[in-house]
Write a protein that binds this ligand. Sequence first.
Ligand SMILES: [Zn+2]
Length: 310
Amino acid sequence: MPHTINKSSHQILHVLTYHRVLDKHDPLQPDITTKHQFSFQMGIIKRLFNVIDLEEAIIQLKENRLPKRTIAITFDDGYRDNYTTALPILKKYDLTATFFLISSAIQNDQWLWHDLIIEGIRALKTATIDLSSLGLQQYPISNDNEKLVATQEILRHIKYLPEPQLKQFINDFKSLTSISNNTRFMMSTSEVRELSNEGMGIGSHAVEHYILTTQTPSASRSNIIESKKSIEAMINKPVVLYAYPNGKEKDFNAEHESIIKSTGYLAAFTTCYDKISLSCNDYALPRVSCWPSSRIGQLLYFIRLAWRVR
Ligand SMILES: [Zn+2]
């Protein structure tokens, strides 16, 4: 069946993206949702939207039977707070969500590379950090504000390095800051299984959190294929949804889309901001995020989204 059947302006799906849900505001990750914000947002969503499992929503969209004001909730990466903090809130409101996992981080209890940078800078008690030996500069880090600026500059600098160079940078940074990553950041395989058994959707986000276009063709291929196999083995169910690491338009190409399709995924999601309609490419589906931090801002955001006012 072709992917763009029954064009209809009524068939609109919003897919909401979250990453972590923190116990309290983090000055080094100011845009990350807190527990109170998440709970407030779920309360609004429960009242304004039909919340549907993402895989089911895609099927209903294709069959032209999606209810009005439908939203699906997603989480990227597989952080442990998704299980400890978000899951109880989702259950309280009787909502379902889909969790896109980084399979090796879950299986091997590894930190994602951006967390190593954030936590490395956070732990330092010095007034500055000198990264000139790593091709960067010296940054002041005597307070949270300076640490935030330094962290953002380092992440911006390394994000699009080719995978081997990024790995090397992270190793050098680790030895420079002597960070001890003894806190568990990601979910365990048994927590993932429990999420799945609770009726939550599980998707793949890659084996390792590298932007596909920064990897060699064979590495990106295995990032797409092996993550599906690993997560299917974890939950003993088929995995048919994929979310691109970083997910901007330049972060994947037509070759990646075709590998995703031939691997048996039903759809793949970006972080490009838009609603999904029947005319969208199934392997580059956009999502939305709620950025406002004030309660009135969050409420207005979802009211506008529900009635498609921009
Ligand atoms: Zn991610």
